[in-house]
Every structure is written in structure tokens, then in C-alpha cells.
Design a protein. Structure first.
Length: 261
């Protein structure tokens, strides 16, 4: 009964995304498509695609430097932070660049975002590999996403930020970087304060429903600093956030996959 309850909650909050933790496999391994542009899928209704040789006309309207003949496309209905942190790992591991990151007002009726992330490279093998790495990372970066019918919490941490996080959040490249996010936004304000008070960190950004998000019911707080301090701040915010979200709904709150922080 308990497992069924957890599955029901995650299904409702994360919009019936695939429970990869039950099988130990990313959804990429079971999705099938005959198109050469298709790379794979992941939880959060995430899809990864590549275009080997972008049409010149599309280059113009997308405002892409023509040296990037090939692009990788990572898009999701549910997930922004997890996908950006996954994209950051992909940039570290491949010879590709982040061309754009956009956050859609989505989560299929929930209070958060979806995303559209475009990678660029001169060779299609580089962007294909970047998409493969990003898809494989999403199972991990979803680990500290928590949900109930009342809202959600999201926490992210990396010991070394790269260009995806810099483009999306202004993260200092090479420094430890963390993020807290909560819906409803009221909880997001309080956990941001908890994070800031728990360790010596450098605030990088603060986004609220009318300033910095796509009018989502969230507050997002980002910060950098010493690795231990950033991680401590994220953990402190997580402890407070879980307690607060539990007051809004008696249903069990559970990680989307497996916590990694």
C-alpha cells in the first residue's frame, strides 16, 4: 500500500512521468523511434533530438552562429533546474556549446516550468553525445525534486559550475553552485532565507512569480561559494522546505528518484 501511495503522489505531481528508479533504467533505453534525429527520452516527459545540418533559413530566424552546423535539442514538459544541471554536465563532457536556454510555463498544469535547451557544435556527433549525457543525468538531478498534491520542492548542487549554469543563472564558471526552489512561492522565500543563514555563500540570483520566472508559482534562489558551504546551504533549505510542504497536504512527500545531495 505504501509503495502504491508513493507512486500515486509522484504520478500526480510529476505528471505521470516514468518511474525509472523502479527499474534502474533511464527511459531512453525503452523509447523507440525510427527517425535519425531522435536520441532518447527521460522522465518529466523529456525528449532529446539532434539536427545534423540545420537549414540556413532556420539558422537565421533562430539567430544561431552558422559555425554551429549541428544542434542538439533537449526539451521537457516538467523540469527546468534538473535539466539545466544535466546540461551543465553534458557541456563538461563534450565538445559542444549551450546556445540558448528557455523556461516554459508548464509542468502540465503544475506550478513550475518546462524547458527548451539548445546545444550547438560543428559536428553532429558532439551534440548527439551531449544530449545522451544530459538524458542520462536527469535521473540523478531529479533526485532532490520532491512533490505532493500541494506543491513541489527542488534542490540542486554542483561542485563546479560550467557554461550551461552560467548562461541560465549567471553562475560563476568553475565555482560551486547551488539552487533552491519551491512551489508555492511563499515556501520558496522562507527556504531561501534558511539557505542564506546556514552558511557563508554568495547570492547570485532571486526569481519570483513576476520577476525572473515565467509567472510560475515559485521562488528560485541561486548562490555560489565554497563547496562545503553551498552544499550545507542546500541541505538546510531542504530540511525546512520538506517540513513546510508537509503542512499543506497530509500525503506523503517523496523524492522523484533518489536524493543525491
Amino acid at each position: 500500500m505504501r509503495d502504491n501511495l508513493v507512486e500515486q503522489i509522484i504520478s500526480e505531481v510529476m505528471n505521470k512521468q516514468t518511474d525509472v528508479s523502479a527499474t534502474g533504467k533511464n527511459a531512453t533505453s525503452i523509447a523507440a523511434c525510427g527517425l535519425t534525429e531522435f536520441v532518447g527520452t527521460a522522465m518529466g516527459h523529456t525528449i532529446g533530438l539532434v539536427i545534423a545540418n540545420v537549414d540556413n533559413q532556420l539558422h537565421e530566424v533562430m539567430n544561431i552562429d552558422k559555425k554551429y552546423r549541428s544542434i542538439g535539442i533537449l526539451g521537457a514538459r516538467t523540469g527546468a533546474g534538473p535539466h539545466i544541471f544535466a546540461a551543465d554536465e553534458a557541456i563538461k563532457a563534450t565538445n559542444s556549446e549551450i546556445l540558448s536556454i528557455e523556461l516554459a510555463r508548464d509542468t502540465e498544469g503544475g506550478g513550475g516550468h518546462g524547458c527548451l535547451i539548445i546545444f550547438g557544435a560543428t559536428d553532429v556527433s558532439d551534440v548527439r553525445r551531449a544530449i545522451e549525457v544530459a538524458l542520462s543525468e536527469i535521473d540523478r538531478t531529479m533526485g532532490d525534486v520532491y512533490g505532493s498534491p500541494a506543491g513541489h520542492l527542488e534542490f540542486q548542487y554542483t561542485a563546479r559550475a560550467s557554461h550551461a549554469l552560467n548562461k541560465a543563472f549567471g553562475a560563476p564558471v568553475g565555482k560551486s553552485f547551488g539552487m533552491t526552489c519551491a512551489c508555492p512561492a511563499a515556501i520558496g522565500v522562507l527556504i531561501a532565507d534558511a539557505a542564506a543563514k546556514s552558511a557563508i555563500i554568495e547570492p547570485i540570483g532571486y526569481a519570483s512569480p513576476a520577476n525572473g520566472t515565467s509567472f510560475s508559482n515559485e521562488v528560485i534562489f541561486t548562490f555560489a561559494g565554497d563547496s562545503g558551504a553551498v552544499r550545507q546551504a542546500v541541505i538546510a533549505a531542504r530540511e525546512v522546505g520538506l517540513q513546510l510542504l508537509a503542512t499543506l497536504d497530509p500525503a506523503l512527500i517523496h523524492s522523484a528518484t533518489k536524493p543525491y545531495i
